[in-house]
Design a protein around this ligand. Structure first.
Ligand SMILES: [Zn+2]
Length: 169
């Protein structure tokens, strides 16, 4: 799934509990945090026509931060920086796994590459998650999910008047 959908997933999940603004921001950002490992695309594009291209996106996207080790790092960090520590940490773990699930079902590239998820990394690289039914990143199920998340977001804003507290990412 795309980063916007992950961000909306985090925001909606953050509003399922009575959290402080800071905790909701933490949960929302945790929903999209695994995609940090996709930032290597900048270096890859900038160096693609050089003699030493950096393949940081091809090699590290869905590897460095889409794994249990990174999820645990997020949880430990959350415990230290949040107010309602355990509820926030629980929701961070939930949105982290929803991110992986979203990528597993709907992140097929235009070249049909499925971006396997090394779930147990860095403890082990034996388990690589792939789902044969995975749809493309821009397929209709992703558009539908994003539309539903947007509807839920609007509903939450209207219900709680929290539109002034949208975390800018
Ligand atoms: Zn991702």
């Amino acid at each position: 799934m795309n980063p916007i959908s992950h961000l909306l997933t985090g925001w909606v999940a953050a509003n399922t509990a009575d959290l402080t603004t800071r905790d909701r921001v933490v949960v929302t950002l945790a929903g999209v945090a695994p995609d940090i490992d996709g930032l290597g695309i900048v270096a890859e594009i900038l160096t693609e026509n050089t003699t030493s291209p950096l393949l940081w996106y091809s090699q590290y996207h869905h590897v460095l931060c889409h794994n249990l080790g990174f999820g645990l790092l997020l949880v430990v960090t959350t415990v230290f920086i949040s107010v309602r520590r355990w509820m926030t940490a629980f929701l961070v773990m939930v949105v982290f796994h929803l991110h992986l699930l979203g990528d597993l079902v709907g992140s097929r590239g235009p070249d049909n590459y499925q971006w396997p998820i090394s779930y147990l990394y860095p403890f082990s690289d034996r388990l690589k998650l792939i789902w044969a039914g995975q749809w493309e990143l821009n397929a209709w199920p992703n558009i539908l999910i994003t539309a539903l998340l947007l509807a839920a977001t609007v509903y939450i804003f209207r219900k709680n008047g929290r539109s002034s507290q949208i975390p800018l990412a």
